[in-house]
Write a protein that binds this ligand. Structure first.
Ligand SMILES: Cc1cc2nc3c(=O)[nH]c(=O)nc-3n(C[C@H](O)[C@H](O)[C@H](O)COP(=O)(O)OP(=O)(O)OC[C@H]3O[C@@H](n4cnc5c(N)ncnc54)[C@H](O)[C@@H]3O)c2cc1C
Ligand code: SF4
Length: 696
């Protein structure tokens, strides 16, 4: 074991989008010793007064994934692409190293759960009763390497489900109800959404957005707001569906829902929108109430799309290769390595990129525990990690790092953050008795309220060719069911139209080939059958909001350890009537749309599906969306939340916990834009803490 004494100002665990955003924004600021303030690096008047921040990031993934100079990053990324080509099942994790030292959840490991026995085939130990059906990846840059890149904002009512629709949930292990409003509202988050859209580089058309909300689009987005880049063109299939459904309604529960089909905002490069104007920076200003970040123009620089990490001029435009999940070959799709590189490299006086001396990343380092210094305001005093030696071996060095003078930021995603916290036990004396506690868990909310969008798929054959399998995974969504009074009864949902044929539900086109070969088709006949079927395949998906539920949780158990002896996430997961009813309603909506479009329905949910249930005598099956959310919710009260609205732990003055785990509710938006917005906002609080530290 080595005890490491160096003192860093900030230690960040995880190089995904949450950790990288914080690293990027902090390295853009320095402490001005004369002013006694944190200031934007480029605005320093007297370099001799600068106190740089020292930052260390820990990453569980391999060293190679974090070497971001042009030649190394190209080499590593090409290995990912090669692996993707070779893998039979092109699932989200297929291009990336599957590490025994830092295993990742994988959809291929998911099994049907037969209670009381858990499914422990993969990294997750799933007690169910239903499987949690989403995965993530532990490599440099994290899960955005294989995300799709869809970036809608949440809707105002998503932040106030109790106030608006009377929804309350049970307190942990109790029948007492508690509200689920967020500690911040949409308006508070709006400026940070703009910063997140800038950093991710969102393409989209504000004028074409239409949501079932009472605010006008001008109120929602702000007057004259545009996304950084123009809309990615909607696919030919989208246009056929839009033409067939435009002006029509779906009837549910005696209510008519007009169908609105909107181009999806997305984090992939298109043409910069001239109306977006200049390139921008995110800069902190000191105010009476603390630091405020704002988005500012750089007057002499036009906004440009940022291409790949190895060459910013490659991947400047999406090329429509359609392999966005699991990998974009040219990095036209945003991934967090782009933000991480901006943290690790800065432009020098000669406008050349140079490695920044005050930040480093230590890879192959799996953080598994924090310690608390009870003599000092319950500060986090140590980080414990296991640093493995190589890709092949599970030998490791135990490191214990002194953090008593550091701000610690957990950004390891919504499975790993709670796992580390629950593994961090300490004892206090209360009323003369020894009481065992776990870090940041005064509220008993750590690990609870695990959520995902349950994805119900429906698929069929369009009456004419619509040429699926072209363009990014999805370019349009049906927004009609994202909000409404029905939310007091069942979940809202968003319905992306998928450009991927039946690949998700039926493993097309491979399954079509084997089916036709099985029927004895060869040569021209086989070609004709394939051309007919593949060009007509339609896939809709219904991403159903899941409510926070304290019984859906990540825990740990000494019985289930990984190869480094670190606890694996133990998952309990169930669906409620609220979500099952939404699937029933979504299927009714799908049936009506299929009928109107003359789509021949091939949707089939069977008992053999791993995640299937019967509701009102009808079978439904769902998949995961990859949206691992909840588990360290933010709130305005230390008794029922883990962090405040700036992602700062209520219980420890030097601990921040960031990522989708902070989300109080899920809404119908893919979560990454929202988690990026409030992670950016958390930097205001971190800067204040740093100022206090440097002044004292
Ligand atoms: C198939 C798929 C498609 C998706 N599509 C979308 C989409 O279209 N839109 C959207 O908004 N979201 C999407 N998501 C979700 C999105 O990828 C996540 O919300 C996002 O990546 C979470 O970011 P994060 O930084 O919190 O966590 P991650 O990106 O998971 O990063 C966590 C980092 O921490 C590291 N780490 C983990 N454990 C440790 C440890 N113990 N010690 C040290 N380091 C550790 C990991 O290696 C990783 O680098 C998708 C997800 C999947 C799986
Ligand atoms: S369609 Fe192709 S180029 Fe465009 S983001 Fe997806 S994978 Fe990248």
């Amino acid at each position: 074991m080595s005890n490491i004494e160096f003192k860093k100002d900030v230690i960040i665990v995880g190089t995904g989008i949450a950790g990288s955003l914080i690293a990027k924004l902090l390295t853009d600021h320095v402490f001005d010793t004369e002013k006694g303030k944190m200031v934007y690096r480029a605005e320093v008047d007297h370099p001799e007064n600068v106190r740089e921040l020292s930052i260390l990031m820990y990453e569980a993934g391999l060293e190679a994934g974090l070497e971001l100079d042009s030649s190394s990053s190209l080499t590593t990324y090409n290995e990912y692409i090669r692996k993707f080509y070779m893998e039979e099942a092109k699932v989200p994790n297929s291009p990336y190293p599957n590490l025994k030292q830092a295993p990742s959840p994988d959809v291929l490991d998911m099994e049907k759960i037969i209670p009381p026995f858990p499914d422990k085939k993969g990294y997750l130990v799933q007690f169910g009763p239903m499987p949690f059906a989403s995965d993530a990846i532990r490599i440099g840059g994290g899960t955005t390497l294989h995300w799709l890149g869809t970036t809608p904002r949440m809707l105002p009512n998503d932040f106030r489900l109790t106030e608006k629709y009377g929804i309350e949930i049970n307190k942990p292990d109790s029948e007492v109800k508690t509200p689920i409003n967020w500690p911040i509202d949409y308006d508070a988050l709006k400026p940070y959404y703009e910063m997140a859209e800038f950093e991710i580089g969102v393409s989209g058309n504000v004028a074409a957005q239409e949501y079932p909300i009472s605010e006008s689009m001008e109120e929602y987005y702000g007057k004259d707001y545009v996304f950084p880049m123009d809309e990615i063109p909607q696919s030919y299939m989208d246009q056929k569906i839009i033409n067939g459904l435009a002006g029509t309604c779906v009837q549910l529960n005696f209510e008519e829902f007009p169908l609105t089909m909107v181009p999806s905002p997305q984090g992939r490069n298109s043409t910069p929108n001239p109306a977006y104007g200049k390139a921008k920076i995110i800069k902190a200003n000191s105010t009476d109430s603390g630091y405020k970040l704002s988005l500012n123009n750089i007057e002499n620089e036009e906004y440009k799309a940022l291409g790949s990490v190895w060459n910013p001029y490659m991947g400047e435009r999406c090329e429509g290769n359609a392999s966005c999940v699991p990998i974009c070959p040219v990095q036209a799709k945003y991934n967090a390595l782009k933000t991480l590189k901006k943290a690790l490299y800065k432009f020098n006086k000669n406008e050349n990129l140079q490695k920044h001396k005050f930040i480093s990343v230590q890879a192959q380092s799996v953080v598994y525990k924090l310690s608390v210094d009870q003599a000092n305001q319950e500060k986090i005093s140590k980080i414990h990690l296991r640093r493995y030696i190589s890709k092949e071996k599970t030998d490791f060095v135990e490191e214990v790092v002194d953090t008593s003078d550091s701000i610690v930021i957990l950004a390891a995603n919504a499975f790993e953050n709670p796992k580390i916290l629950l593994n961090s036990k300490y004892t206090v004396i209360e009323n003369g008795q020894k009481v065992e506690k776990t870090v940041a868990n005064r509220s008993d909310q750590v690990g609870r309220n695990l959520m995902d969008h349950m994805v119900m798929l429906t698929w069929g054959l369009f009456p004419e060719p619509i040429y699926s399998y072209r363009g990014p995974g999805s370019t349009t969504n049906i927004s009609s069911f994202r909000d409404g009074n029905f939310r007091s009864e069942f979940s809202a949902w968003i319905s992306p139209l998928d450009n991927w044929g039946w690949s998700w539900p039926a493993f097309s086109p491979g399954s079509d080939i084997s089916e036709f070969l099985g029927q004895g088709l060869f040569g021209a006949e086989l070609k004709e059958a394939l051309a007919y079927r593949l060009s007509r395949q339609v896939l809709l998906h219904f991403e159903i909001e899941q409510l926070p539920n304290p019984n859906n949780r990540v825990t740990i158990n000494d019985q289930y350890l990984d190869a480094l002896g670190i606890p694996r996430p133990v998952i309990n997961y169930e669906l409620t009537e609220y979500e099952m009813k939404a699937m029933e309603q979504a299927k009714l909506a799908s049936d009506q749309m299929f009928k109107r479009l003359n789509i021949e329905d091939f949707t089939k949910y069977t008992e053999a599906d791993k995640n299937t249930f019967i509701y009102n005598n009808v079978r439904y099956s769902y998949n995961g969306a990859g949206h691992i959310v909840g588990t360290h919710r933010m709130g305005d009260n230390a008794d029922d939340s883990v962090t405040n609205s700036y992602c700062k732990s209520w219980d420890h003055p030097n601990l921040y916990i960031v990522g989708a785990g902070n989300m109080t509710t899920l809404g119908t938006s893919n979560p990454t834009l929202t988690l990026s917005a409030f992670t950016i906002r958390s930097v205001e609080s971190i800067l204040s803490d740093l100022e206090n530290k440097f002044k004292n």
